[in-house]
Design a protein around this ligand. Structure first.
Ligand SMILES: CC(C)(COP(=O)(O)OP(=O)(O)OC[C@H]1O[C@@H](n2cnc3c(N)ncnc32)[C@H](O)[C@@H]1OP(=O)(O)O)[C@@H](O)C(=O)NCCC(=O)NCCS
Length: 139
């Protein structure tokens, strides 16, 4: 991993710390996830080339899972996540994700982009305990 990659991982981790009460990944986990062969990260930057949002995916064949999507607070509600999703969805495949039941912003964003709920995983999340809504978008 280059110094540039490390700086990107740190920026992503900073966005996660800001976005979540309980950060889902440590900095080391973020580094190692970025290095995996089956992951792809889509980045959004500001005009100073600072990362302000990211979308992380992992894929097996033509099945692509969104493992995380977050935008820095100062850049939210400006269409950044919509742009990242649009970039991802220009690829062929079936897309999967899971989202906290209470995360209305994210659920609205995914529904608007063609994702449908197909399963509820009871008490999947901790801190606070909450159901996960599993969603997918078929070709
Ligand atoms: C969910 C998240 C990624 C959306 O990013 P964003 O760049 O603000 O999203 P966009 O500006 O592209 O807006 C997408 C939709 O979300 C809705 N939205 C955005 N901010 C909102 C807010 N504060 N309240 C309610 N809805 C909101 C908008 O209605 C918009 O839909 P519209 O185009 O029909 O108006 C961002 O809020 C975030 O980082 N949240 C914390 C991390 C998270 O929950 N990630 C999802 C994990 S599954």
């Amino acid at each position: 991993m280059t110094d540039d990659d490390k700086a990107i991982a740190q920026a992503i981790h900073g966005i996660l710390r800001e976005a979540y009460l309980h950060v889902p990944w440590t900095l080391d986990q973020t580094f190692s996830d970025m290095c995996r062969k089956d992951t792809v990260y889509y980045l959004a930057s500001d005009d100073q080339n600072q990362v302000v949002g990211f979308l992380a995916t992992t894929s097996v064949m033509d099945e692509i899972e969104i493992t995380n999507l977050a935008v820095a607070k100062a850049y939210q509600s400006q269409g950044v996540a919509s742009l990242l999703l649009k970039q991802l969805l220009s690829h062929d495949g079936t897309f999967f994700l899971e989202v906290r039941a209470s995360n209305q912003t994210a659920r609205h964003l995914y529904e608007k982009n063609g994702f449908d709920p197909y399963f509820i995983r009871q008490d999947y999340y901790q801190n606070p305990k909450e159901n996960a809504i599993l969603m997918k978008r078929e070709p």
